[in-house]
Design a protein around this ligand. Structure first.
Ligand code: NZQ
Ligand code: ZN
Length: 387
């Protein structure tokens, strides 16, 4: 077991109707709020109106229009400018992971005099950040309980995971009812994203029994409850458990003491959404079985057998290689069964930029140190198999 430090300072307020606590929570941080949101879903579900009604006594500045795969320019830059101009005390993010990730970069940028990209690209370490409160409307990323935000810079095809303990949300409101309206496609993407967060932690050299059990239960819960959410989008129990597992899946709590895996599938997917602006969870679902096939070897076989037996209930009397291959096949079939297009070509990606993306990943993602080290050539092969 490896040494570790763990601290998640985020207060989770979970369940139906918890939004009523919003005024009391916001009052702890001040009077001037930057309200961030996306393309309008919060208005359709009545959350925008509810927030304004609850926060009548506060001064609210708005940053609307944050896109999926949030962009540095204009969203982060506009948010930082608004915070500085209005001397904002606290950011309130209402939406999915993209709105929250963008809010995290704004929170740090607002307390820094230079170009915010210096922070996101790790050229400069932030020394402070504005507090962030979020109301989550989509279960997927776990951004509500972690200290990372992923920001895209269109002109350079960069999609960077900006991680800093200063970026943990102070408070996350998690009401599963707000996720009832999430489309089937985005629900499936959320299931795949959270499953992949767990797989990125599960596939490592040195793992504890406790963590393996935690991860296996998380994967099974996401498959069972995710499927129920797709069948009946207003199934509160299923939406609630899915939201809860997604929240736990990305803050490392499921792999404390395990060895590092290097998160290789995320490294590769960030290039796909950086170059082609595709939905993150779909990209991951496509990469996952191809990465699995690529790294299956004598060394990794026992891990795949454990995964196949404990997650998919594959017959233990079969040959280990057969169990491993079936486990990969089951993974593929599950993603396909929830409606995810399983080939990059279906998302408009052909082979014209594969070499460029493989190079970008090899240079920027450090995958030579992953659980199974990946060279530029390995990354290229995985991308080609995914076409
Ligand atoms: O923009 P609006 O109108 O709000 O619509 C959004 C958006 O079009 C919509 N939506 C959100 N809540 C809804 C809803 N539609 C109906 N009803 C609701 N209740 O869903 C669409 C997608 O939203 P988005 O926020 O982009 O999805 P998600 O939460 O999956 O976030 C994806 C982003 O998070 C990053 C990804 O790379 C991607 O940029 N990630 C962040 C991580 C983190 N911070 O830890 C980890 C992840 O690995 C991931 O990389
Ligand atoms: Zn992810």
């Amino acid at each position: 077991m490896q040494n570790f430090e763990y601290c998640t300072p985020t207060r989770l307020i979970f369940g139906k109707g918890v939004i009523e606590k919003l005024p009391g929570v916001m009052a702890q941080f001040g009077k001037k709020i930057l309200l961030t949101y996306g393309g309008g879903s919060i208005k359709k579900i009545g959350l925008y109106q509810k927030v304004l009604e609850l926060l009548k006594g506060f001064e609210i500045v708005e940053l609307p229009g944050i896109q999926p795969n949030p962009k540095y320019d204009p969203s982060v830059l506009d948010g930082v400018r608004l915070c500085k101009e209005h001397k904002v005390d606290v950011i309130l993010s209402a939406g999915g992971g993209s709105v929250l990730d963008c809010s995290k970069a704004i929170a740090a940028g607002a307390c820094y005099e230079g170009e915010p990209w210096d922070l996101i690209s790790y050229k400069v370490q932030a020394t402070s950040a504005l507090p962030i409160v979020d109301i989550l409307t989509l279960a997927a990323t776990g951004s509500e309980y972690d200290c990372g935000g992923v920001i895209s810079r269109t002109e350079t095809n960069d999609k960077i995971g900006y991680i800093d303990p200063l970026l943990f949300p102070a408070v996350s409101f998690l009401d599963p009812v707000y996720t009832f309206t999430v489309s089937k496609g985005q629900t499936a993407a959320g299931i795949a994203d959270a499953m992949n967060h767990i797989l990125e932690q599960y596939f490592c050299e040195d793992a504890t029994l406790m963590n393996d059990g935690f991860c296996e239960a998380g994967l099974k819960s996401l498959m069972v409850n995710g499927m129920k959410c797709l069948e009946n989008p207003e199934d509160y129990t299923a939406r609630a458990e899915m939201m809860f597992v997604c929240t736990l899946a990305c803050n490392n709590i499921m792999s404390l003491g395990n060895s590092e895996s290097g998160w290789p599938m995320h490294g590769i997917e960030h290039a796909l959404s950086g170059y082609y602006d595709i939905t993150h969870g779909w990209g991951l679902a496509i990469i996952t079985p191809r990465w699995m096939q690529h790294i299956l070897s004598e060394r990794t076989l026992p891990r795949f057998v454990k995964y196949g037996v404990n997650v998919f209930g594959i017959d233990t009397s079969l040959d280990p290689w057969e169990i491993a291959r079936k486990a990969i096949e089951e993974t593929y079939k599950f993603f396909e069964s929830i409606g995810i297009p399983m080939h990059l070509r279906e998302l408009g990606i052909d082979n014209s930029r594969i070499d460029e993306m493989a190079h970008h990943v090899a240079v920027n993602e450090g995958l030579e140190n992953a659980y199974v080290p990946l060279t530029e050539q390995d990354i290229r092969k995985i991308l080609i198999k995914s076409l």
